[in-house]
Design a protein. Structure first.
Length: 474
């Protein structure tokens, strides 16, 4: 508890330092503007400005790294203390969930910060080492990009091009910005994989393969099928919206910054969305869904399917929370569709008996096809290039989803239903008759329930000991 408190204080302190540095920088710019930004004043403050910019940023990165280490050391200490105690009581689901959120939050933030420095260095920006994001790095749309080209717009849409803001709702940024996003998502995925691996090994005594990340030939085949299913379903969304007149095709192979390379821009988004699939599916549909199902089943004695359904509702709700900060993510239609999408992803995992290959492939194909093949908004994520460029109708936001994209529109629930139909037709509903590598749900269905207060399933050794002593009611 003490280590966790220290970690929490460090997290708060690092954000305080970051905000203080941002406020100081803002005040400096305002003072410079008031003084007229004379060369003498600028030259006198240049060296001190660089020094003050480096110091707070470096301190923030170091403190976040220290907070990351403290949280993981605390988790390992708790897990080890449980193993060496006399009763060897396993850590409850609540304790593991608290560690899960703390560890993933600190790890993702730390590795994301490191990868942001790598991206800045690769782009040769010459910015000082630090944690502060520039306005360009925080923006979801670059208003300096001249889009759309009026010559490509249909006549019925040309009247909206002069409207202020984003009349066509789409977010566009340069490819170099998407390169930064890809690097930071890679850092987030690193933190996610490390967190899930540690909690599985230290507290759950499982491997990543046990929660579905088998990485065998079957995994890759199912991931490929997931790619096909995801692309097919998004193609259905795109065709429906075009046929209904909600979006108009205006161009092909478009790069929004004409000075950049189309292939490289697409590559950055491919890397970005691969890491998104990893950092959302592994912890949410992998670790969280399995452990909540197990905890509910063991704590309340529900059948597997009741426990799984309750866990699926929990992880779907958490999935909605993840998307709330996205542009348009707080709209009711967006939240409802994301909840349905999380539920469908959980059903996909159930059909695959716990293996994550299909759902990861489906998630990646959904995002990359929607954003970079058909040019639609994917949860408000900006793009720098697309194979097909479209213009959503400004007056049909409720149909096509607006800035959040089709996930906030009318067709999304039908697309999710189509996903389930295709997956069931391809793989059929599981029988859970026997366990296969990575098929933990099969063993959970056939395993007896226990009303013990602990959240983890009985190991085979514990079950054998309980049966021998007759002290446990199975």
């Amino acid at each position: 508890q003490g280590l966790i408190k220290v970690a929490f204080c460090l997290i708060v302190e690092t954000h305080y330092i970051e905000f203080a540095a941002m406020a100081a920088d803002k005040k400096k710019k305002e003072d410079k503007k008031k003084s007229g930004g004379t060369p003498a004043a600028t030259g006198a403050s240049k060296s001190s400005s660089t020094a003050t910019a480096i110091a707070p940023g470096a301190v923030v990165v170091l403190l976040r790294g220290f907070a990351f280490l403290v949280v993981f050391i605390a988790g390992h200490t708790l897990a080890t203390a449980g193993e060496v105690s006399d009763d060897k009581t396993p850590i409850s689901i609540w304790g593991r969930m608290i560690f899960f959120f703390l560890a993933q939050g600190t790890a993702m933030e730390f590795f994301q910060l490191l990868m942001m420095q790598v991206a800045r260095f690769a782009l040769r920006e010459g910015r000082p080492f630090g944690a502060e994001y520039t306005p360009e790095e925080r923006a979801t749309n670059d208003p300096t990009i001249p889009w759309p080209n009026k010559d490509f717009l249909p006549e019925d849409l040309q009247q909206f091009i002069s409207k202020k803001g984003q009349p066509f709702y789409l977010n566009h940024v340069p490819g170099r910005r998407r390169f930064k996003d890809a690097c930071m998502r890679f850092g987030s995925a690193m933190g996610t994989v490390l967190t899930v691996w540690c909690i599985c090994r230290w507290m759950d005594h499982r491997t990543l393969a046990d929660i579905g990340l088998t990485l065998d030939s079957k995994f890759w085949f199912e991931a490929f099928v997931g790619l096909l299913v995801g692309a097919t379903v998004v193609g259905f969304i795109f065709a429906t919206q075009v046929a209904a007149g909600w979006i108009k095709i205006i161009n092909f192979f478009e790069v929004f910054d004409s000075s950049e390379n189309f292939g490289l821009c697409i590559l950055w988004d491919v890397i970005f969305h691969i890491n998104v699939a990893i950092m959302e599916e592994l912890p949410v549909r992998g670790w969280m869904l399995y452990n909540l199902t197990e905890a509910i089943r063991n704590s309340f004695g529900f059948s597997f399917f009741v426990a799984f359904s309750m866990a699926m509702l929990c992880q779907s709700s958490f999935f909605v929370l993840l998307h709330l900060p996205s542009p348009g993510g707080s709209d009711f239609a967006s939240m409802l569709n994301i909840f349905i999408g999380g539920t469908v992803a959980g059903i996909n995992v159930l059909v695959m008996q716990g293996r994550l290959g299909l759902v990861m492939g489906w998630h990646f194909a959904w995002n990359i096809t929607m954003g970079n093949v058909f040019g639609l908004s994917t949860s408000g994520i900006p793009i720098s290039a697309t194979f097909i460029s479209v213009a959503p109708h400004p007056e049909k936001k409720d149909r096509h989803g607006g800035v959040f994209g089709p996930e906030g529109g009318f067709v999304a629930p039908f697309a999710y239903l189509l996903t389930v139909v295709l997956v069931v037709l391809l793989f059929r509903l599981p029988t859970f008759s026997s366990a296969t590598p990575g098929s933990y749900y099969a063993s959970m269905v056939t395993a007896p329930t226990t009303l013990a207060s602990g959240a983890t399933a009985l190991s085979s050794a514990a079950a054998a000991a309980a049966a021998a002593s007759g002290s446990a009611e199975l």
